[in-house]
Design a protein around this ligand. Structure first.
Ligand SMILES: Cc1cc2nc3c(=O)[nH]c(=O)nc-3n(C[C@H](O)[C@H](O)[C@H](O)COP(=O)(O)O)c2cc1C
Length: 344
């Protein structure tokens, strides 16, 4: 089955993409994902914040050693950590880009505008096919309005767009008042693709130890409903490719996202759970689904059930919600009937 597809102008042999995670940080695993049918891979994010924190720690150590013996000082003056870490990342980009036949998408999480631009340029020079901007902002600064946060995103996209020629995707969270309008603004600012949605880390509280529990839960298929909704609303209405991320575990999940209108479907949790070979299960499952429907390519199914392609677009809106509630009301009123009165 021909699963060829296009994402941000890149030609992919399948719409299944391994999203950013530790799994995509090693060359052998990247090669295994390629063998298992992945259409592209997204490398884990280069986190500028971590690099800068390490650099400051290093500088503090070096300064602390300034008043001590020359031997101690030379011992403390290790090479600039930021160079080492970014060098390692760029090396991964270089190696992966030269050894893989499928597009290698790098990912960046910057801090300052300068860091976004600087690392974006270096990543392009290292040979990445595209760059995903992992813009991860939790709006915990209560002085910032929704518009302020949106403007930050737009400034980053605009700044990076001016500096690199490779396609750029923006991976964003769902917490915007009008995600559809904002998606259009991101595209106008120069984003070639939108990755919906980033799964923001949500901490948990350990009630026995009265501490924040920093455990990471892998996703479940049920979490795909929110990105699926926006995929369906945005399909065909925005000048950018759409990548679905969150909750892709089974062939049925892949098919749902494509029917809603995704150009590519990304997966991480399922690969962490079942191993990189699960990519093959998803790719083969998609082929089998298309064959069973006698569809000769993805173009036949993509966006078939997007909001603009269904007879009742309101099914993606509140009207449907009310209908479901009405269904519940009927059910609950049926079961909430008082027991029949017994006349003795
Ligand atoms: C262990 C782990 C590490 C991740 N690292 C990154 C990262 O470096 N950059 C990024 O943009 N997303 C990262 N993600 C998010 C995934 O790429 C993906 O968007 C998210 O897990 C939702 O997809 P899933 O339901 O298929 O897991 C990570 C996820 C996990 C579980």
């Amino acid at each position: 089955m021909n699963l060829n597809t296009e994402y941000m102008g890149l030609q992919l042999r399948s719409p299944l993409v391994a999203s950013a995670s530790p799994l995509t940080s090693e060359l052998p695993k990247l090669l295994a994902l390629q063998d298992a049918g992945a259409g592209a891979v997204v490398l884990p994010s280069l986190f500028a914040e971590q690099i800068e924190a390490e650099t400051h720690r290093n500088e503090a150590l070096s300064n602390a050693g300034a008043s001590s013996s020359p031997e101690a000082r030379s011992y403390l003056l290790t090479p600039d950590t930021s160079q080492v870490q970014s060098y390692q990342y760029l090396d991964l980009v270089r190696q992966a880009s030269s050894q893989l036949d499928i597009p290698v998408i790098a990912s960046l999480n910057g801090v300052t505008e300068a860091s976004w631009i600087d690392y974006a340029r270096q990543i392009e020079d290292a040979g990445a096919s595209a760059l995903e901007l992992n813009i991860y902002i939790i709006a915990s600064d209560l002085t910032l309005s929704g518009r302020d946060i949106e403007q930050r995103y737009l400034n980053i996209v605009h700044a990076v767009r001016q500096q690199v020629r490779i396609p750029i995707a923006v991976k964003l969270g769902p917490y915007f008042s009008a995600p559809g309008h904002f998606a259009g603004e991101l595209a106008a600012a120069g984003a070639n693709g939108l990755v919906l949605f980033n799964r923001f880390y949500q901490p948990d509280i350990d009630t026995a130890r009265l501490k924040i529990r920093n455990n990471l839960e892998l996703s479940r298929s049920s979490e795909m409903r929110l990105p699926l909704l926006w995929m369906a609303i945005l399909h065909g209405r925005i000048n950018a490719s759409l990548a679905a991320t969150t909750g892709v575990h089974t062939t049925d999940d892949v098919v749902q996202y494509l029917l809603a209108g995704a150009d590519v479907v990304m997966t991480t949790s399922a690969l962490l759970e079942h191993g990189v070979g699960h990519m093959r299960t998803l790719v083969d499952g998609l082929s089998a689904w298309l064959e069973s429907r006698e569809m000769e390519g993805l173009h036949r199914m993509r966006g078939m059930l997007s909001q603009q392609n269904i007879p009742h677009p309101e099914e993606y809106q509140r009207a449907n919600y009310i209908k479901i509630l009405q269904g519940y009301e009927t059910m609950s009123s049926r079961y909430a009937q008082p027991p029949p009165v017994r006349h003795i």
